[in-house]
Ligand binder design. Structure first.
Ligand code: YH5
Length: 292
């Protein structure tokens, strides 16, 4: 449990805001893409341009529901998704970051692998970098280091267009651990302080159902590596495989998964259904620890 975890820092400094990691923190997913699997295109107007009004309404709902972090992403990383140009990603993400930063007292996380998006969003008020490629793109490590912001390093095998075609591991827990620790080493070598690093095993990113389940069963091991642990399980295909539910019907499964991850020591929960997840995490807190 986070409150018993004496290895990782009790707080995370995200620009001017502080997150208390003794309590579960909810990160609301906000996609500014036309094609994300679970909610793509919802914030676009008729011409496919992000509607700032719709975006702000969504952010307001998430904050009222208990989100302390808003994760803004302009690249669809769903299985099979096509790559997006850096310019396109900047055009989608930066106006959204700017609008949210001006109006809400919330930590803005940018879900990006691009050095330009990291740099520009840090200037506009972002408080965290969430990179599914763990800062492996050219310039991303340096941009993140210069931003001074916390970074979430996630594991992915392959790239989104092909990652689910035949994922293979010798020992998934060992391989994901080694990868994440090698990226921690790259970050510290680039000048990113250990207190600014979060880890995420990357559910669904180049992993079969069995791989995902094996990782989940090892979550307490990841929570003990000494870094805040983030998980993204919300609406994912693994939950669809288990329940045979379409993506629009995966909320109950997502909430159970978040609750079990909380019990295993996860600190930050990247979710679509904020209020419902918060209730579940409050119940976990009341039963197993000092939470909320
Ligand atoms: C994550 O786990 N995930 S984007 C497919 C779905 C539903 C949801 C098939 N960014 C993560 O949410 N960042 C994404 O239905 C992330 N951890 C971190 N740190 C994928 C996603 C999704 C994909």
């Amino acid at each position: 449990m986070p409150e018993n975890c004496n290895k990782c820092p009790p707080q995370l400094r995200c620009g001017g805001r502080v997150l208390d990691l003794q309590k579960p923190q909810i990160m609301a997913v906000i996609n500014v893409t036309p094609d994300s699997f679970s909610d793509g295109g919802q914030l676009q107007d008729g011409a496919g341009v992000v509607s700032i009004d719709k975006l702000l309404e969504r952010v307001e709902g998430a904050c009222r529901g208990g989100a302390t972090i808003i994760d803004i992403g302009g690249e669809s990383t769903r299985p099979g998704a096509a790559p997006v140009s850096e310019q396109e990603e900047c055009d989608r993400v930066l106006p959204a970051v700017e609008a949210v930063a001006q109006r809400f007292d919330v930590v803005i996380s940018v879900d990006t692998s691009s050095a330009a998006v990291i740099r520009e969003s840090a200037v506009l008020g972002a408080g965290m970098v969430n990179d599914v490629r763990a800062l492996q793109r050219p310039g991303a490590l340096l941009a993140a280091a210069e931003s001074g912001l916390p970074v979430c390093l996630m594991h992915m095998q392959g790239e989104p267009d092909k990652m689910q075609s035949n994922p293979r591991y010798r020992n998934i827990v060992d391989e994901v651990t080694q990868f994440l620790l090698s990226r921690v080493a790259a970050c510290t070598a680039a000048g990113i302080g250990k207190e600014n690093i979060l880890l995420d095993p990357g559910f669904g990113f180049g992993k079969s159902l069995d791989h995902n389940l094996e990782l989940f069963r090892a979550l307490s091991h990841f929570a003990e590596l000494g870094f805040p642990l983030m998980v993204g399980l919300s609406r994912k295909s693994m939950l669809g495989s288990i329940t045979h539910r379409d993506v629009s019907e995966r909320m109950p499964a997502s909430i159970v998964a978040a609750a079990l991850a909380a019990e295993r020591g996860a600190h930050i929960f990247r979710v679509h259904d904020v209020e419902e997840t918060r209730d579940a995490l409050s119940v976990v807190a009341a039963i197993v620890g000092r939470r909320e």
